[in-house]
Design a protein around this ligand. Structure first.
Ligand code: MN
Length: 317
């Protein structure tokens, strides 16, 4: 523990020590505190290939998080990229299915999906739009392509909820493209969906895990420095070109997931240009029990979710 010097003690020592020593003694804590607050660049701890997967009624996609290689990055449960111009890969969509206990986030790059739920909510998600849905107690919805051909490209992210909020009332945040600010981050351009970056705040609000979600475009020979709250877990998913991360310049190419270690700053560079999604969030630190579209804390709660779905009580509040 830093020693505090009082004025009389300093005066008593004044005849025997140098002025420099005295000055140092007079600010015993300040300099050290500033040093420990200097931004610490997060190191890359893992680079993982996303895996081809089939979901819904037969949608071909790539699972970057939530599969065998990395099942969980608290509070993040899943990240899928759907990217195909072959109608047979996506037209069957995601017919009616339930969710309870967490949040589903959709972010569209190309194409359009229609969302429709069992209590009458519906909406169209076009290019550049996002939907942050807090399933909470329960929703039953469908997510179906609004096109028979052409490119369908986007992401689905699952974010966990703490026990105290798993059964809260469902909430939708539908964000049209024009409401997602495009901001300058150093030499890069980012669309800011959630959280703070570069002095801006994204449109998604009131999420318990305080997430950051950005779509970052790094130009050729560009560099990014982005601050994330210390203690939050964070990862990037490269979906165009190639990007290096961390002071060690660990390379990652499109379809790869990059996991960061502790720290409070993420650095990225690109030689030829690249684009990635970036996510950060406060870890929840509770047991995770998951079964398909239900994510709870215990097996008994999962069984309850299944029972409630079968008996028509999932969407009751
Ligand atoms: Mn769903």
């Amino acid at each position: 523990m830093a020693r505090r010097f009082d004025r009389r003690e300093i005066l008593a020592q004044a005849g025997t020590v140098s002025a420099a020593t005295l000055l140092a003694a007079c600010k015993p804590t300040g300099a050290q505190t500033e040093t420990s607050k200097a931004p610490q660049v997060r190191a890359v701890t893992r680079v993982l290939d996303s895996q081809p997967t089939i979901e819904g009624a037969g949608v071909h996609l790539r699972r970057a998080l939530g599969g065998n290689a990395l099942s969980l990055l608290d509070p993040f449960l899943l990240l899928d990229e759907f990217h195909s111009d072959r109608p047979e890969d996506y037209v069957k969509g995601f017919p009616s299915h339930p969710h309870r206990g967490f949040e589903t986030v959709t972010y569209m790059l190309e194409g359009a999906m229609e969302h429709r739920d069992s209590i009458g909510n519906s909406g169209r998600l076009g290019p550049g739009s996002s939907q942050w849905m807090t399933a909470g107690h329960g929703i039953i919805h469908s997510e179906m392509p609004q096109q028979q051909n052409g490119l369908m490209w986007g992401f689905q992210l699952w974010v966990n909820l703490p026990a105290a909020q798993k059964l809260k009332k469902p909430r939708y945040q539908d964000i049209p493209p024009q409401n997602i600010p495009e901001i300058a981050l150093g030499e890069c351009v980012a669309r800011l969906v959630a959280g703070d970056a570069g002095g801006h705040t994204g449109p998604v609000s009131g999420i318990v895990t305080a997430p950051q979600m950005l779509d970052v475009k790094v130009p050729a020979r560009g560099r990014l420095e982005h601050d994330t709250p210390r203690g939050h877990n964070c990862f990037a998913y490269v979906f165009e070109g190639g990007v290096t991360f961390g002071t060690g310049k660990t390379p990652a190419h499109a379809t790869q997931l990059v996991v960061f270690g502790p720290g409070d700053r993420v650095v990225a560079e690109s030689v030829e240009g690249g684009r990635f999604m970036f996510f950060a969030g406060a870890p929840i630190g509770e047991p995770v029990a998951r079964y398909g579209p239900f994510v709870m804390n215990t097996d008994a709660e999962l069984q309850q979710a299944v029972d409630d779905y079968r008996s028509g009580k999932l969407v009751e509040i």
